[in-house]
Design a protein around this ligand. Structure first.
Ligand code: AMP
Length: 172
């Protein structure tokens, strides 16, 4: 099934800018078998772990993360790019290829000590998910694991997440 899922990832050259090969997961989403299989990969990792909440990263992390949370019967927390969340937030800065960006999470998104798993479609340099991990830690959540459908291993993003365990299903 992993090999079939790989066929659902479309490489788009020079998007969003020159030199970047974008891993487009929309062919997976639009295929019922592949979408189901991708969710099952996350579910198999998370069942039995006594997780209180899934935290998903803006925007493709919402697609996978919220579906996983629904299936596990637990809550979902969105981490968004700055300026999108309406209530009081914690903010974490992270670096992009050029310059900096900020992610936000509502201050009451989880209770201190809650056991959470972070979900996103892809781990690249790790800056985004490290910012998400910092936000979870700011509000006292316990980050058990970070899970990604795809990992671009040559960018060594999992180093930025240390000591959080990192799991990815399709490695490039
Ligand atoms: P990073 O902070 O470098 O680990 O980037 C991870 C975030 O950017 C994830 O939310 C991804 O969806 C997105 N991203 C980064 N690089 C790519 C890529 N080559 N293809 C698709 N999405 C990417």
């Amino acid at each position: 099934m992993l090999e079939r899922l790989r066929t659902g990832i479309r490489d788009v050259a020079d998007f969003p800018k020159k030199g970047i090969t974008f891993k487009d997961i929309t062919p997976i989403l639009s295929d019922p078998g592949m979408f189901h299989a991708s969710i099952d990969l996350f579910l198999e990792r998370s069942r039995g772990k006594k997780i209180d909440k899934i935290v998903g990263i803006d925007a493709r992390g919402f697609l996978f993360g919220s579906t996983v949370a629904y299936e596990l019967g637990i809550g979902f927390v969105p981490i968004r790019k700055r300026g999108k969340l309406p209530y009081k937030t914690e903010i974490a800065k992270y670096s992009l290829e050029y310059g900096e960006a900020e992610m936000e999470m509502h201050i009451d998104a989880m209770m201190a000590g809650e056991r959470v798993v972070l979900v996103d479609d892809l781990l690249a340099t790790g800056g985004t998910s490290a910012a998400a991990a910092a936000l979870i830690s700011k509000v006292g959540g316990q980050l058990l694991e970070a899970q990604f459908l795809i990992e671009l291993e040559f960018l060594h993003g999992r180093k930025k997440l240390q000591p959080t365990p990192v799991v990815s299903f399709l490695k490039y």
